[in-house]
Design a protein around this ligand. Structure first.
Ligand code: NAD
Length: 503
């Protein structure tokens, strides 16, 4: 698909893509593909107010009817999957297969949310008082602010939006300043669903703010936004989480990862190889769940690591819209510079590096394609604690499983982890209370590529938030406990006597 075909299929006409003050650069070749308009502070304030108005209307619409809007949205996404997938590739540089996968994830969350719209159930709890009923209700929460990162420019918004909308909330989205076009396209698709739905959905139910960090800060500061769901670096989350807490708001933080795989002596090395390779070079190392460290048992090290090194030197790097490429570009020069700094440090610490250098600069002088780097840490360094958002895989040897788990956990982040083993005891230890300390702990699959049905998120500096499946919908709702008395007495809880007979 050509750029103009992608744009026209997604309703990105000149009024949206030309004449604005925010240039959009494609990481594929560094060309400016659009100039979009940023919203002013006054416009953002108006959007926050309209989000509140929309919420007050939308919360009255029955939840299964709210689900119908998401069903329509999911259907339009099915029609637009290729175009939106290609725009994801164009704007954030991931290969077309992964761009399409991201849109499929949007479709999947829509399906999940439609079902959820009929299951926002609370509890009946036994009351200690006679002729009393105690119940728990889940009520819509209010306008939800979504802040998203460049590397999942559409899926993360849809995880939040599909759930928030069925829960009765309105949504205000501040996407990454590096990926505003995909956000404008999503907004157009949602508008189409709203049109098909009918007029019981308020016009400003789901809105978009185009802007840089300051736009996000304004939304974060507003007491009118009871929930801020923020995805991005831990540095951003530390600021956002603190600010939201100061105004007693709720935050859902999905932040950086430093994910590891342990390869045990009994591992099926063929699938371990595939899992590590996809996890470490996929999306050019720019997934929050990218495999950044592996701990390989010394009995299988000499079989697995040479195989990985050989694959690293052969992997096809290129234009992400070219079907043969498995690795696309880094997002920008800053990202490339950070990768080089990390590799220099690894070298100083005795790391033996293959790959890591820039490539294809003759063809794409303004873009940043790199060879994925594999770093064997043979020196004293037995761990790496920073997340560098680039394809660097640090390889360590281990001999004792407890020690490998300890090293895996000994980092500030706690998102995703995996073990490859056929030993059932090892697998159970890894997923036990003394195993991995991450939000995701897989056995015989890699660290990246989560399904929508589970709750997604991680511990420690990953922020503690959970979104997508399981009971993650509850974060978009307000819990209400209600006790109802159907007797003619007023007994007090805990048997307290409060005698009013003398009055
Ligand atoms: P980033 O932190 O630079 O930016 C993320 C978003 O936060 C952007 O929209 C940005 O404008 C906004 N922002 C930055 N500072 C802000 C502030 N003070 N107040 C309000 N908004 C602010 O992240 P990035 O470079 O776009 O993305 C890469 C990072 O995101 C990596 O660390 C990666 O691990 C993480 N990530 C995490 C998940 C997850 O689910 N855990 C998913 C994707 C990406």
């Amino acid at each position: 698909m050509k750029i103009n075909e992608i744009f026209s299929s997604l309703g990105l006409d000149e009024s949206l893509t030309q004449g604005g003050d925010l240039p959009v650069t494609s990481p594929i070749d560094g060309a400016v593909i659009a100039n979009v308009k940023m919203h002013s502070s006054a416009e953002i304030e108006q959007k926050i107010d309209s989000a509140q108005r929309a919420f007050k209307q939308w919360r009255n619409v029955p939840a299964p009817r709210r689900g119908e809007l998401i069903r329509l949205f999911g259907n339009i996404l099915r029609d637009k999957k290729e175009a939106l997938g290609a725009l994801v590739s164009l704007e954030c540089g991931k290969i077309f297969q992964e761009g399409m996968g991201e849109v499929q994830e949007m479709i999947d969350i829509c399906d999940l949310a439609v079902g959820q719209s009929r299951q926002l159930f609370g509890l009946n709890i036994a009351s200690e008082r006679p002729s009393h009923k105690m119940r728990e209700f889940w009520q819509p929460l209010g306008p939800v602010g979504v802040i998203s990162a460049f590397n999942f420019p559409v899926a993360v918004w849809s995880w939040n939006t599909a759930m928030a909308v069925v829960c009765g909330d309105s949504v205000l989205w501040k996407p990454s300043e590096k990926t505003p076009l995909t956000a404008l396209a999503c907004q157009n698709i949602f508008a189409q669903a709203m049109e098909e739905f009918g007029d019981d959905a308020p016009q400003d139910l789901v809105q978009l703010i185009i802007g840089e960090k300051a736009a996000g800060e304004q939304m974060v500061a507003s007491k009118k936004m009871p929930l801020i769901s923020a995805t991005g670096s831990s540095a951003m989350g530390r600021i956002v989480g603190t600010q939201v807490a100061q105004r007693f708001g709720r935050s859902l933080l999905e932040l950086g990862g430093n994910n590891a795989i342990i390869v045990a002596p009994s591992a099926d090395l063929s699938i371990a190889f595939q899992g590590i390779f996809f996890g470490s070079v996929g999306t050019c190392g720019q997934r929050c769940t990218t495999t950044r460290r592996i701990f390989v048992h010394d009995s299988v090290y000499d079989e697995l690591v040479p195989q990985l090194k050989s694959a690293y030197s052969k992997v096809k790097i290129g234009n992400p819209l070219d079907e043969n490429a498995l690795v696309g570009p880094l997002i920008d020069k800053d990202s490339f510079d950070n990768m080089q700094k990390a590799l220099e440090l690894a070298k100083e610490n005795g790391g033996e590096i293959i790959g890591g250098e820039r490539t294809l600069q003759d063809q794409y002088p303004d873009a940043y394609y790199v060879k994925p780097a594999l770093v064997e840490m043979t020196g004293d360094v037995n761990n790496v604690k920073e997340e560098t958002f680039a394809p660097i895989l640090y390889v360590f040897k281990y001999s004792d499983l407890d020690e490998a788990i300890e090293r895996q956990n000994d980092v500030p982040q706690g998102l995703s982890s995996a073990i490859f083993t056929k030993d059932v005891l090892e697998a159970e230890i890894f997923t036990s209370e003394c195993g991995s300390d991450c939000g995701i702990a897989n056995v015989n699959i890699g660290t990246s590529g989560a399904e929508i049905g589970g709750a997604f998120g991680g511990e420690k500096e990953t922020g503690g938030g959970r979104e997508s499946g399981s009971d993650a919908w509850k974060v978009y709702m307000r819990r209400m406990t209600s006790t109802l008395n159907y007797s003619k007495e007023l007994p007090l809880a805990q048997g307290i006597k409060f005698d009013l007979s003398d009055l």
